[in-house]
Design a protein around this ligand. Structure first.
Ligand code: IVH
Length: 707
């Protein structure tokens, strides 16, 4: 083989790997809401693919993510007649209205054509429920696994052909996993809350227009005649319906959702089967709570705005029989919430600090009841928002609770100012350390630049303890603030030096809570190296990169000594991240912090991969987990697999080295069998775990027992 042929093979392998990675990370981000890498890392993968394709044009295939923006600018949209009309839904605004719907459906079913399935009022109906996204409905056609046409809803019978625009949507796979699938699916295009905020921040930074809300922006973005504009907007999509599902042998809505998930289509992971009206009401309440949380702060929050919950009678074999009213199907309902806006007085604006020092303005309101919840605070996001809303203290403002996030001020009421209003005063020095604030360009906010500011420190401690970092359960933000205020903790390593006496000396800190706190802190000493790396807060280094760094370098010391070039030897670490890492270690005090973390017994070194360290039984193998494993969560197993050299992946291909399939495995298992990929069941996995030497030396709590 000539060396240039070898180079081309290498490029081909890398190109394929990059495409898989990009598809995988699109799915993690847009569908699972659980990204493993930062936006910058995603951009790096994408850019590398673009560069490789530029130097090896023969490797470009129509299904490369770089080829999504295809079509030319259109003079106008063509019309598409929907084969099956896109109807709308009836609404329920209250629990009573939903119960009436359930009652009606039970009566209809009881008296149905087949003489009644059961006596009315006796049997609980099964419903499939999912969030009702506030976006734009689209209809998509696939032929032999390939996307061929996309259309807007239009008037329900005739829509507009937006194929070239739909093709740019990242969460949509370019080819389905089953190349024999042909059919029509429907879904909603929308923009996630944080993506919308980022988009607006970028608009502001470049002096562009600021968009009013995610829904209109999504709609406007889809109706662009130039698909490259659509491609530049962070559009998401969830598919919620398979037209004519019975054709595929499917009997329920939940089955058709699983079927579409198996095809690789982005379906909402929040979809849920509810048995009986009460479970539907409970889920509706849960969604009401979660939609009011802010996704930037709360893992429980919904990452997008919703305006209700869609409830579908799950048994789709009965749909035809149940039929339609004048405008909507009888077997579905949009279960919404009443409007949630009220007016009140803006009493004050306070500022809260983040771990990076950014001060966010918070509106303090005259408490007002909105739909049974007292609202006394609302987010103001940043300085531009205050300016945009043209607010003064004492103004009467509209407050909205709901759809998006934590309560929000949407504007001033029509009440005229009477001269008593006062301007909002921004602090000029930090409330915690008196350091003069500076403008943070990225956040459009004031920020405290003092790295050892106690206000920032308390937030850092809370971050350090959070689930995705050191996972110190039960050490709340409030406790963190108290520890810092009492002077007990001056940096994160001090947590591990706390004593029982120090804690019980704090007010309202009893023996029991002191012991519990110490126990959870102590328990975290054995967290793997990658978590310690995440805890360092190196910009751009999230859990995925940290795992690769931990595996490659094996210790904080080796990581700190690595040159930019050595760092870039790690897969997915490009120049930008390498520079961030170097810069972090060069900040005075940071290397010292690493040393102290080792001193208090954290895992600052771990057997490294290549250098004859820990065993790497899965080295070089891509492993896919599917179904459920009884003794561990998917995350725990993934972590263990990666520690042992595997690359964990979500999709099965010819290159998959192993599939671990627990009960409930479906299309991935079938695919593996079809491709001849080795498959382990749970018993085989346990046998392996108990026999082979594998990392970590210390077994985690979930380790299976020998029978
Ligand atoms: S099912 C007959 N599921 O809500 C229409 N719709 O008010 C069947 N929508 O036009 C729709 N999220 O655009 C369904 N998870 C979801 C939805 C959803 C949003 C929209 C859809 C439809 C409108 C009906």
């Amino acid at each position: 083989m000539s060396s240039s042929k070898g180079g081309a093979d290498k490029a081909q392998a890398r190109v394929e790997w990059l495409r898989e990675q990009i598809a995988h990370h699109n799915y993690r981000y847009y569908v699972l809401d659980s990204p493993e890498i930062s936006d910058a890392q995603w951009d790096e993968l994408y850019r590398e693919l673009e560069q490789l394709e530029a130097s090896h044009p023969e490797l470009i295939t129509p299904d490369s993510p770089t080829q999504r923006v295809g079509g030319a600018v259109l003079p106008q949209f063509a019309q598409v007649t929907h084969r099956m009309p896109m109807t709308s839904l009836d609404n329920a605004l209250t629990d009573a209205e939903f119960k009436a719907f359930d009652e009606r459906l039970r009566k209809l079913l009881a008296g149905g054509a087949d003489g009644g399935l059961f006596a009315a009022g006796e049997t609980a109906l099964e419903y499939f429920c999912e969030p009702k996204l506030d976006g734009l409905a689209v209809s998509l056609e696939f032929e032999n696994g390939a996307f061929v046409r996309g259309a807007t809803r239009g008037d329900g019978s005739v829509g507009e052909d937006i194929t070239a625009n739909i093709q740019t949507l990242r969460p949509l796979p370019i080819r389905l996993k089953d190349s024999s699938f042909s059919g029509t699916v429907r879904g909603e295009v929308f923009i996630r809350t944080l993506d919308f905020e980022k988009l607006n921040a970028a608009q502001k930074a470049s002096g562009g227009q600021v968009y009013a809300n995610p829904r209109n922006t999504a709609a406007g973005s889809l109706r662009q005649l130039d698909p490259s504009i659509t491609a530049s907007r962070p559009l998401s999509i969830f598919i919620y319906a398979l037209v004519d599902a019975q054709r595929y042998g499917l009997k329920s809505q939940s089955e058709s959702i699983e079927f579409m998930r198996g095809l690789g289509l982005p379906v909402n992971p929040e979809g849920r089967v509810c048995k009986g009206a009460q479970e539907v009401l409970d889920y509706h309440d849960e969604l009401a709570r979660r939609r009011s949380l802010y996704p930037g702060e709360d893992a429980d929050a919904l990452p997008y705005a919703i305006d209700g919950m869609v409830v579908k009678y799950n048994d789709l074999t009965k749909w035809e029989e149940l039929g339609f009213t004048a405008k909507a199907p009888r077997f579905m309902l949009a279960f919404k919430w009443p409007e949630q806006e009220a007016s009140t007085r803006l009493n004050n604006v306070s500022f809260s600090i983040s771990r990076t020092g950014v001060y966010s303005p918070v509106a303090e309101l005259e408490p007002v009841n909105i739909q049974g919840v007292t609202v006394a605070r609302a987010t103001l996001h940043n300085l531009d928002e205050i300016e945009r809303l043209d607010l003064m203290l004492g103004d009467e403002v509209f407050v909205k609770r709901g759809g998006e996030v934590i309560p929000k001020i949407t504007g001033r009421t029509a009440r005229e100012r009477d001269g008593s209003e006062k301007p909002i005063v921004y602090p000029d020095s930090c409330q915690h350390c008196a350091t003069t604030l500076v403008i943070d360009e990225r956040a459009h906010n004031w920020a405290c630049p003092n790295r050892v500011c106690p206000g920032r420190l308390a937030q850092r401690i809370a971050y350090f303890c959070s689930r995705d970092v050191m996972d110190i359960e039960g050490l709340s933000e409030r406790t963190a603030v108290r520890l810092v205020e009492a002077g007990l903790v001056k940096d994160i390593d001090d947590l591990y030096r706390l004593t029982r006496e120090q804690l019980t000396a704090l007010e309202k800190f009893g023996d029991v809570s002191a012991d519990n706190t110490l126990a959870v802190i102590n328990g975290s000493r054995s967290r793997p190296l990658w978590r310690v790396i995440v805890a360092l807060e190196i910009p751009q280094v999230g859990s995925q990169t940290a795992k690769l760094l931990a595996r490659h370098f094996g210790s904080l010391e080796a990581l700190g000594n690595a040159s930019e070039e050595q760092l870039m030897e790690v897969y997915s670490v490009g120049k930008l991240i390498a520079q961030e890492i170097r810069a972090w270690f060069e900040v005075p005090g940071n290397a010292e912090l690493c040393r102290r973390l080792g001193e208090v017994g954290l895992k600052v070194s771990e057997a490294a991969a290549g250098e004859g360290g820990g065993p790497q039984p899965f080295a070089g193998r891509t492993v896919v987990l599917t179904g459920t494993i009884s003794f561990a969560t998917r995350e725990q197993l993934k972590e263990w697999l990666e520690l042992n050299g595997a690359t964990a992946s979500d999709s099965v291909s010819k290159k998959t080295g192993l599939v671990i399939a627990g009960p409930g495995a479906g299309s991935k298992l079938a695919k593996a069998e079809q491709l001849g990929v080795p498959v382990w069941d749970e018993a085989k996995l346990i046998e392996f775990m108990l026999s082979e030497p594998s990392s970590p030396e210390q077994k985690p709590e979930w380790w299976p027992n020998a029978k």
